[in-house]
Ligand binder design. Structure first.
Ligand SMILES: *Cc1c(COP(=O)(O)O)cnc(C)c1O
Length: 425
């Protein structure tokens, strides 16, 4: 494939935008080479500025459950735009989306909309601190909760990819309130809780991790966290920015059968427009301004275009719940196809999958936490990534990211993808 125009656009972008991108992982630093620039997309396919076509396995990092330019979402946004794009005054559609989200997700009464997953997690932690009157939080190495200061402590994907797990600019004062545990290590959490008794406001995690590749929590781990939180008056925060409305209607809470105290959303809930949200029981949400003292606000929060995209997306999901089964089957088909090839060629690998999240790790041992994920052979990953790209398959450009399938991907696309793997190795 030729990438001439993308390459020229990247050179121009670098003159005016740091690194040429507005979010680091897009720059291909982890895999080498230069990013493609997208011209347009439809269904399962991306077309770049050189006219190359790709089957897209990142779906805008999750939001596009039904594929690109999905008609009901497009129609809703276009119609809404004709009536004005932003008011900073309440609109009915905010309540419509809130009502639908609350009806789909277990254990929540009220939801507040923001503009990104980062904002949702940042605000949720403030609420947890305001509610409990405690300062500290526990997070897990390799889990990503957006780029706000409290979370840039061993933060997975982008942060790890660039070898700066603890970013300059995060103060010691902030870092000391974030305690770090290992994913799937319940004993480690118990020790931290015992050593900081009565000081921990919340335990935050990706209930199925996707920012150190896809990592599945053990039943014992999630049940144990729920129990510790209940016993110690700690809030359990599920960061469902990736898993919400992707693993099931009710997200990971439903898929794992565990109730969290505060749940954060992003990605799918915006249908491809910038939306984040956090939600909880009314008693907890009552602490949020203007009902309560915990401040949180946003000029463009609840923006009508963003709400209309979210409402169209969630309505589609609500009316077509078979999409989860369909996505899961397709992801399993891909998983089996890739496994067969890599096994036949004797290439060390681990594939983790949960619903429509999946990741391929080039290593011998099971990938259960950040340390085991980091053992993957990045040279093999680079070869795999670029080999796939050259054959028209767009995978996440980092070994620490999960794939997100969209339902526009057909079995013929999956077969083409599996054949591409076979060609590389
Ligand atoms: C993407 C992501 C975020 C951050 O969301 P942004 O919209 O990029 O700010 C937070 N948590 C998880 C689990 C994510 O995958």
């Amino acid at each position: 494939m030729r990438y001439q125009r993308s390459s020229a656009l990247f050179a121009e972008a670098k003159k005016y935008i740091p690194g040429g991108v507005n979010s680091p992982v897009r720059a291909f630093k982890a895999v080498g080479g230069e990013p493609i620039f997208v011209k347009e997309a439809k269904g399962a396919y991306l077309t770049d500025e050189d006219g190359n076509q790709y089957i897209d396995y990142i779906s805008s990092w999750g939001p596009l459950l039904f594929g690109h330019a999905h008609k009901p979402v497009l129609k809703a946004v276009v119609e809404k735009a004709k009536k004005g794009t932003s008011f900073g005054i309440p609109t009915e559609i905010e309540t419509e989306l809130a009502k639908l989200a609350v009806s789909m997700v277990p254990n929540i009464d009220k939801i507040r909309f923001v503009n990104s997953g980062t904002e949702a997690c940042m605000s949720a932690v403030r609420l947890a601190r305001g509610y409990t009157g405690r300062d500290k939080i526990i997070k897990f190495a390799g889990c990503y909760h957006g780029h706000s200061d409290s979370f840039l402590i061993q933060a997975g994907s982008g942060a790890v990819t660039f070898g700066s797990p603890n970013s300059p600019g995060v103060t010691q004062g902030t870092a000391k309130d974030t305690l770090l545990a290992n994913y799937n290590d319940l004993e480690g959490v118990k020790e931290l809780v015992a050593a900081n008794k009565g000081e921990i406001a919340g335990i935050i995690l990706e209930p199925v991790a996707g920012n150190m590749g896809c990592i599945i929590p053990t039943d014992e781990f999630v049940k144990g966290l729920r129990q510790i939180c209940t016993e110690e008056g700690i809030l359990l925060l599920f960061d469902e920015v990736m898993t919400g409305f992707r693993l099931a209607k009710g997200g990971a809470q439903e898929a794992l059968g565990i109730n969290a105290d505060i749940v954060m959303f992003g990605k799918v809930i915006g249908g491809g427009l910038p939306v984040g949200a956090f939600a909880a029981k009314a008693e907890i949400m009552a602490h949020l301004a203007p009902e309560g003292p915990v401040y949180q606000a946003g000029t463009l929060s609840g923006n009508p275009l963003a709400m209309s995209a979210g409402l169209a997306m969630l309505t589609e999901i609500d009316q077509n719940p078979q999409v989860f089964e369909s996505l899961s089957k397709k992801t399993e088909y891909l998983h089996n196809g890739i496994t067969e090839i890599l096994s036949a060629k004797g290439i060390a690998h681990q594939i983790n999958r949960f619903g429509s999240m999946v990741s391929v790790h080039f290593c011998e041992d099971p990938v259960v936490d950040f340390a085991s994920s980091a053992k993957g052979n990045n040279e093999s990953f680079k070869k795999y990534f670029h080999g796939m790209l050259d054959q028209g398959v767009y995978l996440p450009p980092s070994a620490f990211e999960s794939y997100f399938l969209n339902d526009a991907i057909s079995y013929a696309d999956l077969d083409r993808t599996i054949n591409a793997v076979s060609t590389i190795f």
